[in-house]
Design a binder for this molecule. Structure first.
Ligand SMILES: Cc1cc2nc3c(=O)[nH]c(=O)nc-3n(C[C@H](O)[C@H](O)[C@H](O)COP(=O)(O)OP(=O)(O)OC[C@H]3O[C@@H](n4cnc5c(N)ncnc54)[C@H](O)[C@@H]3O)c2cc1C
Ligand code: FES
Length: 500
């Protein structure tokens, strides 16, 4: 299920890490965040290497809808209420600046990536709520205003309009930006350790002083070791559980996208709040139509794609589907990404995650903030995104993540499987009893069974069968595995155990 971006742009393959090397900064992950961070650091004179487990942009970035906007749904009135006006203003200004940074990069480098300036709208069914959000956003200096009903093929009470936002082709953009970066593909980071002076001395590291050696970061991969002074985790979901404990304060949500021919054009980019939440934008002659949001692992029979297809047929009669795809993103309790130092005990580790499905602007915000932190420059937006923020409002969110994880863990012990393998239809999967054991089974079209251990290798929650995408998904923190047990998406870093 390739996205319209993957179908229309090929990025040249890079070699794997050829052996042990030393660099000043290691960036883990070559998605939009990792690439923009590496690019900003390189521009500031740092020696950077990017390590990518699979291919450039092979994670969520190839499956985005690629709107570049500071309009992130109904976020601003909530941010003012929970974080206060000063931090809400930082969030707004950072994301607004991100749009200008993209525009400047595209112009300066003359990047051919279908970049278009356009307006962004969030529509809803209640005028009073729309007006409140428009006022809140405008009060923070954003180009926002309430507008009467935009012309959409479904009912709405109006929208909040943000002017001069943008949309583009994310892979064409990355193809150009990656040209001058040192990137190794097929290189999965397995472990990151800070070496003490004594241990580091065992290695022939090329740093000049003993002081430098005291703070060496040793990044172990399946291809070799990279020694560095600083490490950035831009790998979508940070996979080192301790310190940081990101698994206690983020979950993942998926949604689904169709590219449609012969559907109505929309003037700008749209997202809904409330009862109707479809996402719309054009790419050339295509309408990119998204929806079906749900927590990863909370799957249901009946099909999210089918529901979206039925809706597309109803709203755009005569349309034709040319591509379909899905993606997921990390959600924090206060809807603000974690961008900054990884954890208090690791001053040389940095993180960029929790983008809440607004990772195009958030990746650029990450690049601005982490470049400044690593270069020792004060950044005016850093405070609101600091990963160590923890106050009264966050507690409820954290408790909620914990409760969800406990549900995922206990389910495996208390819930009996519904079926036996013989009851499974061909081309489907489920948790069944097989030879007295509770296992996950996929039955292919020829009736052959593929059995996996349904304990998630991340922290042991029970995986759920995803009938739409024929995958095993974890409801706790959103790891995903294909029907044969191969890792698709982190925080897990390995395949699930397969039974022969
Ligand atoms: C349906 C959908 C639509 C969206 N549309 C928009 C939109 O219109 N606008 C917007 O702003 N945002 C949007 N988003 C969000 C946006 O797509 C993401 O936030 C963004 O792509 C995340 O980029 P990333 O670089 O953090 O992660 P990724 O693109 O997932 O990159 C992480 C990379 O790290 C690599 N990696 C992982 N573990 C390791 C390891 N151990 N070693 C080495 N490499 C590793 C992975 O292989 C991957 O390539 C959307 C999200 C969804 C779900
Ligand atoms: S993703 Fe954390 S237990 Fe599965």
């Amino acid at each position: 299920m390739d996205s319209v971006w993957s179908k229309t742009c090929e990025i040249e393959k890079r070699e794997a890490l050829p052996g042990d090397i030393e660099r000043e900064v290691v960036v883990i992950g070559a998605g939009m965040a990792g690439i923009l961070i590496a690019n900003a650091l390189q521009k500031s004179g740092r020696e950077v290497v990017v390590l990518e487990a699979e291919r450039i942009a092979s994670g969520q970035t190839r499956n985005t809808t690629a709107k570049i906007t500071s309009q992130h749904g109904f976020i601003y009135s909530g941010l003012i209420d929970t974080l206060g006006e000063e931090k809400a203003r930082q969030y707004a200004a950072a994301n607004q600046k991100a749009i200008l940074e993209y525009k400047a990069m595209v112009q300066e480098r003359e990047i051919d990536c279908d970049f278009e300036e356009t307006d962004a709208y969030v529509y809803a069914q209640e005028e009073s709520v729309l007006k409140k959000e428009a006022e809140a956003a405008a009060s923070l200096g954003l180009p926002a205003s309430f507008m009467q009903k935009p012309e959409l093929t479904f009912p709405n009470a109006g929208a909040v309009k943000f002017t001069n936002q943008a949309q583009f082709h994310p892979l064409k953009f990355l193809r150009a930006i990656t040209e001058k970066l040192e990137i190794y593909e097929d290189t999965r980071v397995l472990k990151v350790e800070e070496q003490t002076a004594g241990k580091a001395a065992e290695y022939t590291a090329g740093y000049a002083s003993a002081e430098d050696r005291e703070k060496e970061q040793v990044v172990s991969t399946n291809r070799g070791i990279v020694r560095a002074k600083k490490v950035v985790f831009a790998c979508h979901y940070p996979f080192v559980n301790f310190p940081g404990m990101y698994f206690t304060r983020m979950h993942q949500e998926r949604s689904y996208v169709l590219a449609l021919e012969n559907a109505a054009r929309v003037d700008g980019m749209y997202i809904g709040e409330g009862e109707i939440t479809y996402s719309l934008r054009n790419y050339g002659d295509l309408l990119i139509f998204g929806g079906g949001n749900h927590r990863t692992g909370e799957n249901r029979e009946g099909g999210r794609y089918q529901a979206l297809r039925d809706k597309a047929a109803e709203l755009f009669p005569g349309c034709r589907e040319v591509a379909c795809w899905s993606a997921q993103d990390c959600i924090t309790p206060d809807n603000v990404p974690y961008i900054g130092r990884y954890a208090s005990g690791k001053p040389d580790w940095y993180v960029a995650t929790g983008f809440h499905k607004w990772g195009m602007s958030s990746s650029m915000v990450s690049a601005m903030i982490l470049r400044d932190l690593i270069c020792g420059i004060e950044n005016p937006f850093a405070e609101v995104f600091a990963p160590d923020r923890l106050d009264g409002q966050d507690i409820s969110g954290i408790m909620c993540e914990g409760a969800h994880a406990v549900k995922g863990l206990t389910k495996r012990f208390f819930q009996l499987p519904a079926e036996t393998a013989s009851e499974l239809a061909k081309g489907s999967g489920g948790i069944v009893m097989l030879e007295g054991e509770k296992v996950g089974v996929y039955k292919d079209e020829d009736g052959k069974l593929y059995a996996v251990d349904v304990r998630c290798p991340h922290l042991g929650c029970q995986l759920e069968w995803n009938p739409d995408e024929l995958s095993w998904d974890c409801p706790c923190h959103g790891s995903r595995f294909d029907r044969f047990g191969k890792l698709i998406s982190n925080p897990a870093q390995e395949d699930v155990n397969r039974y022969a």
